[in-house]
Design a protein around this ligand. Sequence first.
Ligand code: ATP
Length: 528
Amino acid sequence: MTGDDVDGTGPTQASPPGDAPTDLASDAGPRRADAPDSLLGGVLAGRYRIDRRLGSGGMGAVYAGTHLLLDRPIAVKIIKPRFGDDPGIAQRFIQEARTASGIAHAHVVEITDFGETENGTAFFVMERLEGEDLAATVTREGPLGWQRVVHIGEQIARALAAAHKHGVVHRDIKPANCFRLTRDDDPDYIKVLDFGLAKVVGASRHGDASLTQTGALLGTPGYIAPELYRGLAADHRVDIYALGALMHKLLTGELPPMRLGLDGPSELALAAVPPGLQAILRRALADDPAARYPTAQALAGDLRRLAAGTGVSLDPGSDPPAASGPLLTVTRDARGLSFTIGAPLLGALVLGLGVFAYFSLRAVALPPTEPVGAPLAPRPLELQRPALPPPAPVPPPVAVPLALEPAAPPPASPDPPPPAPSEPSPTAIDPSAAPPGPAPKAGKPLPPGSPAAVQKAIRRRCGETFGYDVTLQWKADADGRLIPGSVKALVGKRTLLNDAETCAVRQLTRSELAWTPGETYTHKFKAG
Ligand SMILES: Nc1ncnc2c1ncn2[C@@H]1O[C@H](COP(=O)(O)OP(=O)(O)OP(=O)(O)O)[C@@H](O)[C@H]1O
């Protein structure tokens, strides 16, 4: 897994220029592969020798090392120096290790140690895996056979089910975060990596309220569930959506088109896969979380049944009740993100009110504000899109340009929204269409058609992605903030939903520029 590839398809070991997330100091430009690394050859915490750098991601770099006492290979993730000064980020990093180490599942990477060095650099130690992440696999091999995807998807679903029971939502499931290795003659044995973006239900147990107040939309474009883009309450089903997107990517080489407000499955490029798998993906990728699998366990069950040829249970009413564990509800409010446990106690209360049956069909958690478990009221999303092609037996994938309706203003709060982190996580997207975001900077709106700063950033960061002429389009909302879902990358008349778009959307959303309200921008980039 690399932060190199924003849609999870890039190489695993390198840090190319298009990789905004991976370089240690983005303002200083990407880290050169041959740059000296003072950690190499050193010994961490008196027992971990740092042998070579494997790559880097949003918050840290990963090194291959050796446990000197046990003479055993390990991998160490070390927080980036620029984040080291930020106690909040370091806290998240340690939290990542602590929570991931508690999941203990065959398909979750094992965390064996974590801590801080003498100079305050946070690190954690993992089992070192031999293989490659799924982004590398799909880049090299192209689309995978559906049987392989079902096998891979089931393992990831089981890992997620274990994490969700533990109160952890991964929030950044993508090919780059799923490592493929050979075990017991299985060449597609999967370990899920990187719970760095996961938020923990039990954060408050550690007295870490800041974990709930990032105010940023975390994830990777293309894998982010629609409710997060909308700024609605969200829960563990964001992982189910992301896993659906991951399987779609593995099956077709492309991400599913984002179609906010549309549940129609006809645009999925899945003609070559069995109807049962198509149905599974449609359900996993449902726009409305209530129409998705209620649990990762249920998704894993259908994948298992499909592999065994015993059919799938796609009737939502046939799903098992929600897991009894502390499933997570992430709620966006004026203070940022907050978390609620859908505890059995809550279920009992609901039962006492005589409506358990109603909710058990739709929800696994009951957020305090806008329940994602309940059917979403049809939202008047202003989908500005060309007329959809007429229904056809196997329609080609259609990318729908989106203009998200700015969500309703947040409820009044006595407290002002928290300040944005000094350096957002590389995969953090300022949810400009979301209600609780900070007010747009009172910058001088750039004249339409000359977004020079963004052009520079995209040129620098997405240089390798644009090996061809590409036109970028994006739209500003009524407040002059970029609408993430509006970004399109066009090559000729074809809309791309891959590296170009995801790299561009990341750069655009990070730019924090004020745009001309309501303006649609079109910008051409020449290859090279
Ligand atoms: N336990 C491990 N064993 C072997 N290689 C690993 C291990 N963990 C990570 N790697 C590799 O290290 C590199 C960097 O991983 P890292 O988690 O920093 O990337 P990332 O997924 O982009 O991070 P982030 O999600 O924080 O942006 C990747 O090539 C990944 O495959």
